[in-house]
Design a protein around this ligand. Structure first.
Ligand code: ADP
Length: 722
């Protein structure tokens, strides 16, 4: 039977208190403090069991000690909560009052446990007192004697006095424990921060996050999923432990499973029994062959956005403590920043790589210089073009780099590097190669911003081929001019002389001769028109302006075209009608044109109309006012041919373009319309065709515009009118 000591004198209790304070002041660890307070108290009132429950600043139970006879027992936080809710200790705390119970079987504040039954130890006596510090309850101490009526008021008072002394020690120990915990969390987070941000390789960063989480929380597996912005799904990117590799690539919708819930809500959770949680998505376990029992999951944030989740599974200790979520959330937010940086870095590297490839693989030589012209960068093509590629690639690069751009080509007169920094500059020049060759180039220079400073990027396009073509064209023009045109005009004058030398009096022979000579004359005129048009195509393509423009009456010109083409039209039994607006000729303004060139345009169009229209069909030609009648006159040529499909209506004006249906059936080389377009556009006008293939046989209508002559422009005299 336990002895209940009685405290006779106040001296005894003073001595006891002195002893207790000395005992307590030596300890700072919460469990040691609790143990000492409890054992001393039990000893002094003769209790055989007792407990102390410690509360946090919100008066929630956070720690405890239970001594039962000689044994110290463990109690979970849940059990503590139950004691506080229904038991004696709870009553004491709620009422801020000490309690002495002489017979626990008679008091409903005593939470009856199996042990309290008659056949076990039966009724007991109990004392429960709050532990106070700075007028707040920091805990509650309960002592139990195995027999009823074993405690008296003096024991209650003594215990109250001990509690008053012990309260502040318990508080200090609790604060110490809290600061210890905080320090542990902080140092784990600080270490995680240093490690996690210590790399910019995304894969490495993810691995570091996993390692730090495992280390800080002591767990079996950890996995990490990021939100795919395209599909807005969580995609597992990395995992450790058993079955970890199998989870990689698994997708969860936002809101699906515990991970999806965390991503959606943006807050972490600890789930002590996962299999019972209705949010749990078991198929992930089926996939990995792993059983998730306990889980902690926290969002990964970048700024205020959730970009993923971090999941810690099955702590080796069996349960997560209160700090686990704090720690996981802390690592989660550091992870967000580290992942974001790694992603940005990856994007940057990819962009750099792309730029580098574009630069290196460009078909044109590209150089970058500073504003003094010093070459800082050169791509392979530049090395090749400037003749430095035959050295080892790097050797060549180093020779060209460091030279001045002015030493490899001549900057156009009037240009300075400083001026070039204000926009795109382009000009033709010559590239001086290492082998002393001179390559014609077209230079495009434009300012670029590199590392915060203005530089110039130079693209040097080799235009040797174009120059060669230009030379060829020039040679061709010279050839046509000298070798074709001059002999032709000799033939023309000879024919004229022959025609004039025919006797004035017509005989059958002379009429026959005249007919032959006229046929020859027309043939020569056709060849002349062709050579003239060839010359014009070359000149106009080279961008030469039209110089022989005079104010001309367009109707007279049309008549002249009809006169020239009539024999061809009549040979096919076709008719050609001219349509002029009312009041013509005076109704139409004069046009400002190279009359000879436009005459050839008209003849071309009329000959095409005749050529592509079946025999005996009507053709027509005419003028009509433009929508802007003071600036333009419209001229049209209409036929009754097959028409031209819409998608080919622009194409037929290109050089050598012919509709496939006419190749091999109708003679031609595809230059006529190209000449017409160059000639009309050279005059500033437009040319197009209107034709609807679907409504068969409606033919085509070629239309072009000519500029109206303005006052003061020179006027032409038209010959051959009729
Ligand atoms: P060519 O007549 O020597 O082939 P053009 O440049 O004059 O060259 O014409 C280009 C092509 O446009 C012709 O080959 C023909 O297919 C088509 N084309 C031109 N005029 C007509 C027309 N009046 N009707 C139908 N097709 C035409």
């Amino acid at each position: 039977m336990a002895r209940t000591p009685s405290l006779e004198t106040s001296q005894d209790s003073l001595a006891l208190l002195y002893h207790i304070s000395r005992e307590l002041s030596a300890a700072l660890e919460l469990q040691i403090v609790l143990q000492r307070v409890l054992l001393l108290s039990m000893e002094n009132v003769g209790a055989n069991s007792g407990s102390i429950i410690v509360l946090d600043s919100q008066e929630q139970p956070i720690d405890s000690i239970i001594v039962y006879g000689e044994r110290i027992q463990d109690q979970t936080t849940e059990q503590l909560r139950a004691t506080l809710e229904y038991g004696l200790a709870g009553w004491v705390l709620q009422n801020h009052q000490s309690v002495l119970i002489l017979d626990t079987s008679q008091d409903e504040r005593w939470l009856q446990r199996p042990d309290d039954a008659i056949d076990r130890t039966g009724a007991k006596s109990a004392i429960s007192v709050p532990l106070l510090a700075r007028e707040r309850q920091v805990g509650v101490m309960t002592l139990v004697h195995p027999h009823p009526n074993s405690f008296a008021t003096s024991h209650l008072e003594l215990l109250q006095t001990i509690a008053d002394t012990a309260g502040i020690t318990v508080l200090n120990a609790r604060l110490y424990a809290e600061s210890q915990r905080q320090a542990r969390v902080m140092s784990a987070l600080a270490e995680a921060a240093i490690t996690v941000t210590g790399s910019l390789e995304l894969k490495d960063v993810l691995q570091r996050i996993l390692d730090q989480t495992s280390q800080a929380l002591g767990i079996q597996t950890v996995s990490l999923a990021l939100i795919d912005p395209q599909t807005n799904e969580l995609v597992f990117q990395a995992a450790t432990g058993l079955g970890g590799q199998k989870i990689i690539g698994v997708r969860l919708k936002i809101g699906e499973g515990i991970a999806g819930w965390v991503a959606k809500e943006g807050q972490g959770v600890i789930i002590p029994d996962v299999q019972k949680d209705e949010r749990f998505a078991p198929y992930v376990d089926h996939l990995t062959g792993f059983t998730t029992r306990v889980l902690a999951c926290a969002p990964i944030r970048s700024g205020d956005k959730v970009i993923g989740i971090l999941e810690a599974v099955n702590p080796t200790s069996g349960a997560f403590d209160n700090d686990a979520l704090l720690m996981l959330a802390g690592i989660g937010s550091q992870a967000g920043t580290a992942i974001r940086h790694a992603q940005l870095f990856e994007n940057l590297q990819a962009a750099h790589q792309r730029y580098h490839e574009l630069f290196e693989n460009s078909v044109n030589p590209i150089l970058v210089t500073d504003m003094q012209g010093l070459i800082l960068e050169a791509n392979q093509q530049a090395l090749k073009a400037a003749g430095y590629a035959s050295d080892t690639p790097e050797g060549g690069r180093y020779k060209l780099i460091g030279m001045n751009i002015k030493n490899i080509h001549k900057i156009k007169a009037g240009h300075t590097l400083k001026k070039m920094s204000s926009g795109v500059t382009s000009y033709e020049s010559v590239l001086y190669t290492k082998q002393k060759a001179q390559i014609p180039i077209e230079v495009y220079a434009h300012p670029v911003n590199i590392a915060g400073g203005t530089h110039l990027q130079w693209i040097l396009r080799d235009i040797s081929e174009r120059k060669r073509q230009e030379q060829l064209r020039e040679d061709l023009i010279q050839m046509i001019y000298h070798d074709l045109r001059s002999p032709l005009s000799n033939v023309t004058s000879s024919l004229d002389i022959l025609l004039n030398s025919l006797p004035a009096e017509k005989t059958t022979d002379s009429a026959f001769m005249e007919g032959l000579l006229q046929i020859a004359q027309r043939a020569i005129e056709r060849i002349q028109r062709l050579t003239d048009s060839l010359l014009d195509v070359s000149r106009l393509e080279a961008g030469q302006p039209i110089i022989n423009q005079v104010a001309t009456d367009v109707q007279s010109l049309i008549r002249e075209a009809i006169y020239s083409t009539l024999p061809t039209i009549q040979a096919k039994g076709q008719t050609l009608t001219a349509h002029f607006p009312d009041g013509a000729p005076s109704g139409l303004p004069l046009v400002y044109i190279d009359a000879d060139m436009i005459l050839r345009v008209l003849i071309n169009l009329i000959e095409n109309a005749s050529k592509y229209t079946p025999n005996d069909q009507p053709l027509s030609v005419g003028t009509k006012p433009d929508s802007d009648p003071n600036a333009w006159v419209q001229v049209w040529v209409k036929d009754a041919g097959p028409g031209i499909p819409l998608e080919q209506q622009d194409y037929i004006f290109s050089k050598y373009a012919r509709l496939s249906e006419h190749r091999g059936t109708v003679k031609g080389i595809g230059l006529g319309l190209a000449f017409c377009r160059l000639a009309i556009e050279g005059h500033g006008g437009r040319i197009w065709v209107e034709s609807q293939r679907s409504s068969a046989k409606t033919g085509s209508r070629f239309v072009f515009t000519l500029p109206v002559a303005q006052a003061g422009e020179p006027q032409a005299i038209i010959m051959n009118e009729g």
